[in-house]
Design a protein around this ligand. Structure first.
Ligand code: MEV
Length: 423
């Protein structure tokens, strides 16, 4: 059984942390090796994209303390921004006191779109497609035998009419496809391309675009947490003050798109970093998240914060989560494979449930800081380290110079240089 609580992890050396991780999650030296080297060779990279000239690394950190649906999980996070991993870990610790994160997912249903142009009578064509729905679904269902074997396949067909567009009216056919543990883009795009000639024959029109939609609103992940109000207290802030501060911060994002964009960015700090660590398509997740945030015609917060009947803080997050564990970079990138292994996930839905929980934790970390001491204090010590390094400090001197600047509340390169000289 994995435990996500490893005391003193923050203060260990990288090598000691790797050892702890190996013990905590039964990782082997080759698994850890992928993280030592960054995972892929230039040759492997050359097969992934075009015109490869090298590699671009990002740090990989581990978020601790997470409990999702009663199970401990160590969470790999790949990103360049300080304070995110620490923030998620700390909020996960607070959430443990209320039972951790409860997360659920819908079936992994993706939407494929076919745009049908040059149709004489849109209403007639729409009904004709519905009349042939069973036949069309059977055709789409037979396209991917592997997906079918694992329980996936075509599930539904919907037809929408757009009367007014820059080119006049056209139809859009949605193919709803259960992609199981895949992200699903390939399966859905292939199915749409395969159905296109049949749709043309039925409607007399021309199928123009055939592509999945990143607004994956049939593939939703949801997370909820309850934080006992007492555990929110710190320094001079009472638990009630912190709770109400977080709720007021949420209210800001709920009504103002300028704030909601930043609020949701904080959620995506958590979401994207796990998506990237597992080799998934973070642009797809970003596109889906922001399109979903405006689904009621008004861009708003993806999360909600309120209190329960006992006065505890309750957070929820609901968003599309089109991630896979069986194909693409997740399959071929050894570092992504190690990330999946570390979390012990066996299905894409389990991965989605962890990711949405991390998003909720990250959102809370940002709101808690913003609603109390402000965001800069937490950032300051990490920022100070970067300034110390830029001033020429190395080894133990990095911490010494940084600590001195934090005490003085002066984090500037000229001061770092002075402290460095004096040491
Ligand atoms: C910074 O990367 C993320 C925050 O701006 C999120 C927020 O404001 O809620 C701190």
């Amino acid at each position: 059984m994995t435990t996500s609580r490893i005391s003193g992890f923050y203060n260990m050396t990288i090598e000691e942390r790797r050892q702890k991780l190996a013990d905590a999650a039964a990782l082997t030296p080759p698994d850890l090796g992928a993280w030592t080297s960054g995972g892929i060779s230039a040759e492997a990279a050359d097969h992934m994209i075009e015109n490869v000239v090298g590699m671009h690394s990002l740090p990989l950190g581990i978020a601790l303390n997470f409990m999702v649906n009663g199970k401990d999980v160590l969470v790999p996070m790949t990103l360049e921004e300080p304070s995110v991993v620490a923030g998620a870990s700390f909020m996960a610790k607070l959430a443990r006191a209320g039972g951790g994160y409860q997360a659920t997912t819908t079936d992994p249903l993706m939407i494929g779109q076919m745009q049908v142009i040059n149709v004489t009578n849109l209403n007639e064509a729409k009904l004709k497609i519905y009349e042939k729905k069973a036949e069309l679904l059977a055709e789409a269902d037979s396209i991917d035998p592997i997906l079918k074997k694992f329980g996936g396949g075509a599930r539904d067909l919907e037809v929408r009419i757009f009367n007014d567009s820059p080119i006049g009216g056209f139809l859009v056919v949605h193919l709803i496809y259960d992609v199981r543990d895949a992200m699903g883009a390939n399966a859905v795009n292939t199915a749409c391309e395969r159905l296109a000639p049949k749709i043309e024959a039925i409607t007399g029109g021309k199928v123009h675009l055939r592509i999945l939609s990143n607004l994956a609103d049939r593939r939703i992940a949801r997370a909820r947490c309850t934080i006992p109000v007492k555990s929110l207290a710190f320094d001079n802030f009472s638990g009630e003050q912190v709770r109400d501060g977080i709720i007021a911060a949420y209210a800001f994002a709920a009504v103002d798109p300028y704030r909601a964009a930043t609020h949701n960015k904080g959620i995506m700090n958590g979401v994207d970093s796990v998506v990237i660590a597992t080799g998934n398509d973070w642009r797809a997740i970003e596109a889906g998240a922001h399109a979903y945030a405006v689904k009621n015609g008004h861009y708003t917060s993806l999360s909600t914060w309120g209190k329960d009947s006992e006065g505890n803080l309750v957070g929820t997050l609901e968003m599309p989560m089109a991630v896979g564990i069986v194909g693409g970079a997740t399959k071929v990138h050894p570092a992504a494979q190690a990330a999946v292994k570390l979390m012990g996930v066996k299905t894409a839905n389990e991965l989605a449930e962890i990711i949405v929980s991390v998003g909720l934790a990250q959102n809370m970390a940002a709101l808690r800081a913003l609603a109390t001491e402000g965001i800069q204090r937490g950032h300051m010590s990490l920022h100070a380290r970067q300034v110390a390094i830029a001033a020429g400090a190395s080894g133990d001197l990095v911490e010494k110079v940084a600590a001195q600047m934090v005490v003085e509340k002066v984090v500037r390169i000229d001061r770092a240089e002075e402290i460095l000289k004096s040491l």
